[in-house]
Design a protein around this ligand. Sequence first.
Ligand code: SF4
Length: 254
Amino acid sequence: MTSRKRWEKIYTKQNPFTLPQSVARAVRSCSRDHISENGKHMVKYMWLYISADGFHDQAQPDQCMSGEEWLSVIDEGAALGVKYVILSIGGGLKEHPEVWRMCKWAQDTHGITVGIHLYDQPVTREELAPVTELDANLTHLFIDDDLLQRMSFVQELGVPVHSGEGQDQEIVSPDCHLPEEMTCVGASGTMYTCGLVLGEDEYRLGNVFERKLQSIMTDDSLPHVVPEGVPKIKHHCNGCPPLMIKRMKNGSHS
Ligand code: SF4
């Protein structure tokens, strides 16, 4: 199914915008001078929710973006200065072979450090085997604690393994400004402030099919901060890129 057909399936009303894939390719080829504003990277982290798990996102499996579309999202992020990408996968890796191409593309084309965050379901040694073919200097695994206990083989893969757990708080406190430097994209291309609020309308920023990331990230009318008091019962900020990268830099393994 073409991207446009899938878009029409996701949104029954007529889509007034054009598919961004060609735009994203063009963005990538633009001068990197406009990447930075006042010498700062506009976006440093990218958080991609690959699985339509019905838990974090309302996307149905047949609404998931294709591998090619994900590559365009990565291209757009790279053009905005993204240095770190976390791919959160909760539905097993067998269903998402595109993950490996995305990782390789991010590393080889853009020099991006990639973290694979596994939650909800353990994966097998065979499913995870392609991780050994990625750039070892730019690859990290983040695995939620309950899964780590059932996946002891990951320590033998030669890839740094870290806990995927976020913050052990019941609510966000104080306001969290980390999303100001981050994009978070769900399985169908809908963007949210961050993974904690993925699927919540109040924090929906738009869809990669209807707006460029740059336009979304610079739109001050959109919520780029998670306010104090938002409950963390559902997700506990697991896999959150700034938290994971800090853990990675501190060298704290599982
Ligand atoms: S997941 Fe948690 S720590 Fe990360 S940006 Fe959202 S509220 Fe902040």
